[in-house]
Ligand binder design. Sequence first.
Ligand SMILES: *[C@@H]1O[C@H](CO)[C@@H](O)[C@H](O)[C@H]1NC(C)=O
Ligand SMILES: *[C@@H]1O[C@H](CO)[C@@H](O)[C@H](O)[C@H]1NC(C)=O
Ligand SMILES: *[C@@H]1O[C@H](CO)[C@@H](O)[C@H](O)[C@H]1NC(C)=O
Ligand SMILES: *[C@@H]1O[C@H](CO)[C@@H](O)[C@H](O)[C@H]1NC(C)=O
Ligand SMILES: *[C@@H]1O[C@H](CO)[C@@H](O)[C@H](O)[C@H]1NC(C)=O
Ligand SMILES: [Zn+2]
Length: 430
Amino acid sequence: MTMSAKRLELLLLVAAVCGAAAGHKLLLVSFDGFRWDYDQDVDTPNLDRLVRDGVKAKYITPPMLTMTSPSHFTTITGRWVEDHEVVHNMMYDAKTNLKVAHKLTLTRSEWWDNGVLPLWITAQNQGRKTASFHFPGGGANYSGQAVDRVLVEPLDHPDDNETEWRQNIDTVMSWFTEEDFDLVTLYYGEPDNVGHAKGPDHPDRKEIVRQIDRTIGYLREAIDRHQLNDSLNVIITSDHGMTTVKKRPQVEEIILNKYLNLLKLASFEILDYGGFGILTPRPGKEQEVFDALSKAPNLTVYRKDQIPESFHLGKSERLPPIVVVADLGFNLNSRFIVYVNKGDHGYHNGEMDMKTIFRAFGPDFRRNFLSEPFDSVHIYPLMCQLLRIEPAPHNGSLTVTEKMLLHSGGSQVSAPGSVTLLLLIMFNVL
Ligand SMILES: *[C@@H]1O[C@H](CO)[C@@H](O)[C@H](O)[C@H]1NC(C)=O
Ligand SMILES: *[C@@H]1O[C@H](CO)[C@@H](O)[C@H](O)[C@H]1NC(C)=O
Ligand SMILES: *[C@@H]1O[C@H](CO)[C@@H](O)[C@H](O)[C@H]1NC(C)=O
Ligand SMILES: *[C@@H]1O[C@H](CO)[C@@H](O)[C@H](O)[C@H]1NC(C)=O
Ligand SMILES: *[C@@H]1O[C@H](CO)[C@@H](O)[C@H](O)[C@H]1NC(C)=O
Ligand SMILES: [Zn+2]
């Protein structure tokens, strides 16, 4: 073997080692509103196979504020809601009474960009290439930086088209193989949509879970077809669960205006939005509003400055002074029962119906590993570890999730170190 051939071989070896040290690729998939136990009353062969081939958590707990945007943003930032300040699905301004519907917020950077950098941007700043496919928060700019590749969910996007779901997987696979993306986040609006419209116990919810299961089967085939088995880690999770909305005559539905004159006492409110409500009392009416709501049944009212610390909501500047959390299954109707949903969320994250799923597989994950439940805030440091990037400040902890990893001993700092050592040894040989 000539010297130059030997050198070339060496270079290739070094490149391979550096590649490994740089981490594998990562796909984060979210199926909105996938309650932790949705796979237990439906035949889900692909999800079952994942249990054997990877990691399953018994369930995970979303942050307080079990809503799509707040919870997804905790997953992708590793920060509590009071820190990242995406405190509702709707964008609002209590001073001007501005309210913007969820889907229209997806490209409104001023709602998302509050000084906390999501994983896409932190990874990009460390040389990784990232993309967001319909993932909440992916369509905003952070400190002037956009995610490298973004598809924002169009307003009229159907939630449940299985053919399109598969096409989206094909697109994501081509991003990994043809364009060398390192991180892609992929979002699906189901089973949330069916859960709201029909309720979690409806046969259609079981049908959409079967569809999701087929899609996971398709994803695994696609990974194999693209020869990504050994280089792509996948995390499948969700933002919250779903519960059946309690209606008359089973219960007396809540109509808040019966307990306080909303027009007279509040200058701003977002009610009629499932189990979570917010209110700004008119000046001088704080106590009156609080007292009136304290007497209302089937809900808990909190003054912002007295919100339990475990909610991690109290420090938020955006949340108005009064926060209302309904008891499980009750809706916070303001004046009339306008609410048509049969299922909903937004309730206390301690309720089992609000818990959601976590599955993972790929080259860095153990097989057949059942994890104890954990808070979704801990997914962020796990993702940073998988990508071998330095995390931004966050509220998670890698110790919660590293047991899932095959080489949990190999910490972030030691990886570049071992490459250096290997290089030294090899140059010695030369
Ligand atoms: C993000 O920044 C780019 C470049 O400045 C701009 O073209 C784009 O409109 C911005 N997007 C959003 C959602 O603010
Ligand atoms: C589903 O998506 C496919 C592929 O995008 C499209 O051709 C088809 O028309 C869609 N079906 C419905 C019912 O919208
Ligand atoms: C890739 O993983 C799939 C399981 O999803 C398996 O069926 C297939 O044989 C694997 N392919 C290779 C090349 O190891
Ligand atoms: C709702 O509140 C009423 C009045 O306090 C109470 O009797 C009832 O048990 C509550 N319903 C539920 C389902 O908790
Ligand atoms: C969450 O993390 C941020 C950033 O490190 C920190 O400022 C904040 O105090 C943390 N919150 C809690 C409750 O520890
Ligand atoms: Zn929802």
